[in-house]
Design a binder for this molecule. Structure first.
Ligand code: NAD
Length: 485
C-alpha cells in the first residue's frame, strides 16, 4: 500500500474516498515551516448527511457480524498501522509539528495498540446476571447503540482518533468520525488502511472539516445517538448544550490544568527527569501535562535552579531532526495564543525564569511556530495564568509549606483531569491521591498508561470515562431481561 498525502484530502464515506459535495477546501499548514502543503475538505451538512445514510445502511450487518469477524478486521487495521509506521509518523509530524521520533515511538504505536486492544477486548466483554433466588433471573444484554459520532483534537491526532473509533466499532456501532481540521492527515491515511483491511463500506465514515460546519452537524443530528468528544472545555460546553436536551449519550474528555506536587522526600533524580517530560513533552500540548508545579518550600530554590538548568538544554528545532527534543507548536493561532498567555503572566506580575519568547529558526523552519520552554514563578493560585489552560511549553512554580497547603493549591482549579505526586512516603502519597480532585493520579511517575483503566476527568475536565470496559459500556446500550422462574 502506498500511503502518501495528495494535494487534496478526501472524505471517506460509504467505503469510498470522496471530494466534499460543495467543493470547498481549507488549507492545511505544516507548523514547522508555515507552508500550506495540502488542502482538506471543508465538509458541511450535505457531506455529514451522506455519511449518516451510509452508516445507517451498514449498521444491520455490522452490528450482527460475529465478534470473531469484527476482531479479525480490527486486528488487521492494527497490523496495517504497524506496517505503515513510517508513512504515518511523517504525516503526523508534518501536520502537528511534533518531533518525528515522538510520532514514531508514541503516537503511531499507540494508534495500533488502540485497535488491537479493543479488537481483543470485545472477545472478552461479558455482561451481568442478577439472580433473585427462586423468584426470577435477570440478565443484561449490551447492544450496539447504532450510529455514533467521534470528534477528536489536534494534539495526539491518530492516537486519540483511534482511541474512540476502535471501541465504537468493536462494540458493533457504525461511526461518523471527524478529526481536527488542524491535523487531518493521519485520519485520511487511516481511510486507506480501513479499505485495505476489509472494513465493510459505511461502517466507518471519516468526514473532514471544522467544528462549526461539520462537527456541529454530527452533534445535532437526531440519528446520531452518542457523541464521544475530546477537546477543549469550551467546545465541550457547546456540544453538551446541544446533545443533552436530545438525551444523547455523551463522553466528554476536556481540558486540564494539572498539578505536579513535589515533596522534599521524593526520589530527586527520577522526579527531575520526569518533571521535565511532564512539563514540556509534545511542546506541553498534552492534556495530562503538569502545568502547575507545586514544590515543598524547603526544596524550592534547589528545584528551581536545577529545573531551569535542565530545561535550558532542551533543544527546540526541526521536528525531522532526531536531536530536537521540542518541535513546533501546532498552528499560528495557537502560537499567538501561547505568546499572549506569557504576556498576560508578565502583566500579572509573574517572573519569567526561563524562555518566554518565540524562537526564529533558520533554513527549512524559518517560518515555523516555535516557542522556548518557559518557566514562570511569583504567581498565586487565583491569577489567570494559574487558572486557565495554556496548552503550550509553559509551566508555573508555586511553593507550599505543608501537605494541607499542597492540597489546597492542587484543588484550586476548575479542572480535574490528572495529578502527579512525588514522595517516598507511600502513606502520604495514598492520602493525597484520595483527596486530590482529579480522575487520573500518578504517584512517582507520569503518563504510564494501562488501556484497561478508567480515563477521564473531574469538574470541568469532562464527563464519563474512556478506556477498557468503560469504553465498551459507553458504546453499548444495556437492556435488562427478567425471567420469572
Ligand atoms: P477544540 O475543542 O477546539 O476542538 C476539538 C475538536 O472538536 C476538533 O475536531 C474541532 O473541529 C471540534 N469542534 C470544535 N467545536 C465544535 C462544536 N461546537 N461542535 C462539534 N465539534 C466541534 O480542541 P483542540 O484545540 O483541538 O484541542 C485542544 C484541547 O483538547 C485542550 O483543551 C486539551 O486539554 C483538550 N484535550 C483533552 C484530552 C482529554 O483526554 N481530556 C486529550 C487531548 C486534548
Amino acid at each position: 500500500m502506498n500511503l502518501s498525502i495528495p494535494a487534496k484530502l478526501a472524505n471517506y464515506i460509504g467505503g469510498s474516498l470522496q471530494a466534499p459535495i460543495d467543493g470547498n477546501y481549507l488549507d492545511n499548514i505544516n507548523p514547522a515551516t508555515g507552508e500550506v502543503y495540502c488542502q482538506i475538505p471543508d465538509s458541511n451538512t450535505k457531506d455529514v448527511l451522506e455519511a449518516i445514510g451510509a452508516a445507517k445502511a451498514a449498521f444491520p450487518l455490522w452490528s450482527t457480524t460475529t465478534l470473531e469477524d469484527r476482531f479479525k478486521i480490527l486486528n488487521k487495521i492494527a497490523e496495517l498501522i504497524d506496517a505503515n509506521m513510517d508513512a504515518l509518523a511523517i504525516a503526523e509530524t508534518n501536520d502537528n509539528g511534533k518531533p518525528l521520533w515522538l510520532s514514531s515511538r508514541v503516537d503511531i504505536p499507540r494508534a495500533s495498540a488502540n485497535f488491537r486492544f479493543f479488537a481483543t477486548g470485545i472477545m472478552h466483554f461479558s455482561t451481568e446476571a442478577h439472580n433473585m433466588e427462586d423468584k426470577a433471573i435477570n440478565y443484561t444484554l449490551r447492544q450496539p447503540i447504532g450510529v455514533v459520532g467521534c470528534i477528536s483534537p489536534w494534539n495526539l491526532p491518530l492516537y486519540l482518533f483511534t482511541w474512540k473509533i476502535a471501541p465504537a466499532l468493536a462494540a458493533g456501532n457504525c461511526v461518523i468520525a471527524k478529526p481536527s481540521e488542524v491535523t487531518p492527515a493521519t485520519a485520511y491515511l487511516l481511510s486507506h488502511i480501513c479499505r485495505e483491511a476489509g472494513l465493510p463500506a459505511g461502517v466507518l465514515n471519516i468526514v473532514h472539516g471544522t467544528g462549526q460546519n461539520c462537527g456541529s452537524v454530527i452533534v445535532s443530528h437526531k440519528d446520531i445517538k452518542a457523541i464521544s468528544f475530546t477537546g477543549s472545555t469550551r467546545a465541550g460546553k457547546e456540544i453538551a448544550a446541544v446533545a443533552a436536551p436530545m438525551f444523547k449519550k455523551m463522553s466528554l474528555e476536556l481540558g486540564g490544568k494539572n498539578p505536579n506536587i513535589i515533596f522534599a522526600d521524593c526520589d530527586w533524580d527520577k522526579m527531575m527527569r520526569t518533571t521535565l517530560q511532564s512539563s514540556f513533552s509534545n511542546q506541553g500540548q498534552i492534556c495530562l501535562c503538569g502545568s502547575r508545579i507545586l514544590i515543598e518550600e524547603s526544596i524550592y530554590e534547589k528545584f528551581k535552579n536545577e529545573f531551569i538548568a535542565r530545561a535550558k538544554k532542551l533543544t527546540v528545532g526541526d521536528p525531522l531532526d532526531d536531536n530536537s527534543k521540542q518541535g513546533a507548536v501546532v498552528s499560528k493561532l495557537h502560537y499567538e495564543k501561547i505568546l499572549a498567555c506569557i504576556e498576560l503572566a508578565k502583566q500579572e506580575g509573574g517572573k519569567i525564569l526561563l524562555g518566554g519568547k518565540a524562537i526564529q529558526l533558520t533554513g527549512r523552519c524559518e517560518n515555523g511556530y516555535f516557542i522556548e520552554p518557559t518557566i514562570i514563578e511569583g504567581l498565586g493560585p487565583d491569577c489567570r495564568t494559574n487558572i486557565e489552560e495554556i496548552f503550550g511549553p509553559v509551566v508555573t512554580l508555586q511553593s507550599f509549606v505543608n501537605e494541607e497547603e499542597a492540597l489546597m493549591l492542587a484543588n484550586y482549579s476548575d479542572y480535574g483531569l490528572s495529578a502527579t505526586i512525588w514522595t517516598q512516603d507511600i502513606t502520604k502519597a495514598n492520602r493525597i491521591a484520595a483527596t486530590v480532585q482529579s480522575g487520573i493520579i500518578w504517584i512517582n511517575c507520569w503518563l504510564i498508561r494501562d488501556l484497561r483503566t478508567p480515563f477521564g476527568g473531574f469538574k470541568n475536565s469532562g464527563v464519563g470515562r474512556e478506556g477498557g470496559w468503560d469504553a465498551l459500556r459507553f458504546f453499548t446500550e444495556p437492556k435488562n431481561v427478567c425471567i420469572e422462574l
